[in-house]
Write a protein that binds this ligand. Structure first.
Ligand SMILES: CCCCCCCC/C=C\CC(=O)SCCNC(=O)CCNC(=O)[C@H](O)C(C)(C)COP(=O)(O)OP(=O)(O)OC[C@H]1O[C@@H](n2cnc3c(N)ncnc32)[C@H](O)[C@@H]1OP(=O)(O)O
Length: 299
């Protein structure tokens, strides 16, 4: 397996440096006789059923699938590959880490680093969201674990959400609990999903919903026993894939374009806002205290 270092050009005309060792031997791709294909990268597992036109991405960044820059880089490349390969019409997002869908942004990427790093990190977060939110594929989130903040955003950016019925698996935008503010485009996606009043309430209080509450507020579409999450996601996917692609894609775009454009037209300003916000002493302090609390939870 070769190590690859190079530059990947993203849709917005920006480049993200792929660090040596990130895309580790990237594609050990194997094709079975039944049309099943598997791409293996270090932190993102892609399984696909070519015959059905469905791919499954499993997040594999233990212990908590935090959205580190390395994870995001691999994830963006996988999304691009699937998007450009017309074999795939549907994508299921799920986790390979027991009990955790994703812990959201990697707090270590936001603490004690330099300004250029914060800018690179935020660009990768934006890019990931735009790719998910505007995907031509049907996206179903099979949420098999806790899903705070950025983890919740990935789920909300899907077309349909199936959550495992386990009270430990809480989902929501909890940024205020960390002393930080959810960016406007996180807020927009939440408002589009649960409505303005519920979003106002949830965002200010940083609410993390248990499955029954998440279903009630409309943050997820279905709550099912844990062992039925994947099969339910697959049957939902089959239903959605019965709709002609062009009609569904145009409708999705009609529903989502304005929200995505809102970020696209001010991407650079949004990066600058993030950099100046996160580099404030008070914010650095809040993030460090929060990380410390997480670490001490065990002791
Ligand atoms: C003007 C523009 C302004 C923009 C402002 C900034 C906008 C920021 C936007 C988005 C915000 C985010 O996504 S911030 C991340 C929020 N995430 C969380 O609050 C989740 C925190 N984690 C947890 O609650 C729990 O870890 C868990 C429920 C996800 C799992 O619990 P569990 O008990 O299974 O595991 P531990 O808590 O013991 O954690 C294990 C290990 O992982 C470390 N950890 C956890 N979460 C993160 C994280 N998000 N980033 C980095 N590291 C994380 C935790 O510290 C433990 O580490 P150690 O083993 O070293 O102790």
């Amino acid at each position: 397996m070769a190590l690859v270092a190079g530059r990947k050009t993203f849709a917005a005309g920006k480049t993200l440096l792929l660090r040596a060792g990130v895309w580790l031997g990237a594609e050990a791709a194997a094709r079975g006789g039944n049309g099943a294909r598997r791409f293996v990268s270090q932190r993102v597992l892609v399984e696909s059923d070519v015959t059905a036109g469905i791919a499954t991405i499993k997040f594999k960044n233990p212990p908590v699938n935090s959205l580190s820059l390395e994870f995001l880089t691999e994830f963006i490349i996988c999304l691009e590959k699937l998007e450009n390969d017309k074999t795939y019409r549907g994508l299921i997002l799920t986790s390979d880490c027991p009990g955790i869908f994703s812990a959201g942004l990697d707090l270590r990427e936001m603490c004690g680093k330099n300004l250029a790093h914060y800018a690179e990190y935020w660009r990768a977060i934006q890019e990931t969201w735009l790719k998910l939110y505007l995907s031509n594929m049907v996206l179903v989130a099979a949420i098999n674990g806790a899903s705070p903040a950025g983890g919740c955003l990935m789920a909300l950016s899907s077309d349909y959400r199936v959550l495992a019925d386990n009270p430990r698996y809480r989902i929501g935008l909890n940024e205020t609990l960390l002393g930080i503010v959810a960016p406007f485009w996180f807020k927009d996606v939440l408002v589009n999903t649960i409505g303005h009043r519920a979003a106002e309430h949830a965002l200010q209080l940083g609410l993390l919903f248990q499955p029954t509450e998440a279903l009630q507020v409309g943050m997820v579409d279905q709550v099912v026993p844990e062992d039925q999450v994947q099969s339910t996601a697959l049957s939902v996917m089959t239903e959605w894939l019965a709709i002609p692609d062009h009609a569904r894609q145009l409708t999705k775009s009609m529903m989502r374009k304005a929200t995505a454009d809102n970020l696209i037209k001010q991407r650079e300003a949004d990066i600058q806002n993030f950099v100046s916000f996160v580099s404030r002493d008070s914010i650095q302090k809040s993030l460090q205290v929060y990380l410390e609390k997480l670490k001490q939870k065990k002791h």
